[in-house]
Design a protein around this ligand. Structure first.
Ligand SMILES: Nc1nc2c(ncn2[C@@H]2O[C@H](COP(=O)(O)OP(=O)(O)OP(=O)(O)O)[C@@H](O)[C@H]2O)c(=O)[nH]1
Ligand SMILES: [Mg+2]
Length: 313
């Protein structure tokens, strides 16, 4: 076992991008070699700055990320990007927009970009994503961006596991209200009103402020950047606000908390997925038992859980 991962491990530690790509694939498919690499990588994590970027489809997340990559590169940092591609139930494939908008970095060995489909993660999407982040961290990537459309429990779980979460909103879609309802306001460390060239940007900014005054917040009140990402406008300001949040975390012991959240998300996602997989086997039988009046749903759940425990290694 060890002999098989050894060369890959060495290359991973040296920051070799192809080794990182291979390791992530092994982890995604729940391969024992992936597990071994992760185990070795774990003690070497905790250095990277992890920034989550979330917002509705087409709000400009990738364009903004592109600008954030440029700033990080200018500061001499190595950058990893993990973009979650919502897998369309119709096309069955991943949307390639994320990659396309960041192609200019493909020749830069200091930038690693990976798209992950939302489907087909045996260990859970949040777990697989955060494990990819851990591998990048161990491989010496200084900043890791996670881009994700802010819908669905596992996506929110992923993005709240970042050190700093940027919520991207755009004018003219009643977005502040929607975001408020979807509980996305609370996860923002920094807001970004993108497409500020569109009408209604100022109004959206005011709506965010108003919503913040109503809601609860701790010491840190998420600031609002206004950007025209496609023209690079305001991106420097966004970078500054993200850096300020980082400095705030450093000064308040918040990085430890973020790291803890990250590992918790990973464990929770992996546990949920494992249980779901194990339970699915006995599900139909359980439904039959309830339908036939032999057992109550609660009794069926007790039985299923007992079976899982008996089977677990
Ligand atoms: N007018 C205007 N267009 C923008 C701005 N920022 C991005 N765009 C455009 O909006 C479109 C979507 O941008 P992306 O960066 O791909 O958005 P995204 O949120 O990553 O999209 P998904 O990953 O598909 O959810 C592209 O055509 C961008 O060029 C902006 O500030 N103003
Ligand atoms: Mg995108």
């Amino acid at each position: 076992m060890d002999t098989r991962v050894e060369p890959l491990w060495e290359r991973l530690l040296a920051g070799d991008e192809r080794a990182v790509a291979r390791a992530i694939t092994l982890v995604e498919s729940d391969d024992p070699r992936g597990r071994e690499l992760l185990k070795r990588a774990r003690p070497r994590t905790g250095r990277a700055t992890v920034v989550g970027i979330t917002g509705s489809p087409g709000s400009g997340k990738s364009t903004l990320t592109d600008g954030l990559i440029a700033a990080a590169r200018a500061a001499g940092r190595k950058v990893g990007v993990v973009a979650i591609d919502p897998t369309s139930p119709f096309s069955g494939g991943a949307i390639l927009g994320d990659r396309i908008r960041m192609t200019r970095w493909h020749t830069d060995s200091g930038v690693f970009i990976r798209s992950m489909a939302t489907r087909g993660h045996l260990g859970g999407l949040a777990a697989a994503t955060l494990q990819a982040v851990a591998l990048l961290d161990a491989a010496g990537f200084d900043t890791v961006f996670i881009e994700t459309v802010g819908v669905g429990q596992s996506e929110v779980e992923i993005v709240t596991a970042a050190d700093t979460t940027v919520v991207v909103l755009t004018p003219g879609q009643g977005d502040a209200v929607q975001a408020f309802k979807a509980g996305i306001m609370e996860i923002a460390d920094v807001f970004c009103v993108n497409k500020y060239d569109h009408p209604g940007g100022d109004r959206l900014r005011r709506e965010i402020r108003a919503a913040q005054e109503l809601g609860e917040h701790g010491e840190w009140l998420a600031p609002v950047a206004t950007t025209i990402a496609s023209q690079g406008e305001g991106v420097a300001d966004l970078v500054r606000l993200v850096d300020e949040h980082r400095a705030y975390l450093v000064a308040n012991g918040g990085l430890e908390a973020a790291r803890r959240r990250r590992v918790r998300s990973e464990v929770r996602s992996a546990l949920g997925e494992r249980l779901r997989r194990e339970l699915v086997d006995g599900e139909e039988e359980a439904v039959d038992a309830v339908l036939a009046g032999r057992l109550s749903p609660e009794e069926v759940v007790d039985d299923l859980l007992r079976d899982v425990l008996l089977r677990s290694p």
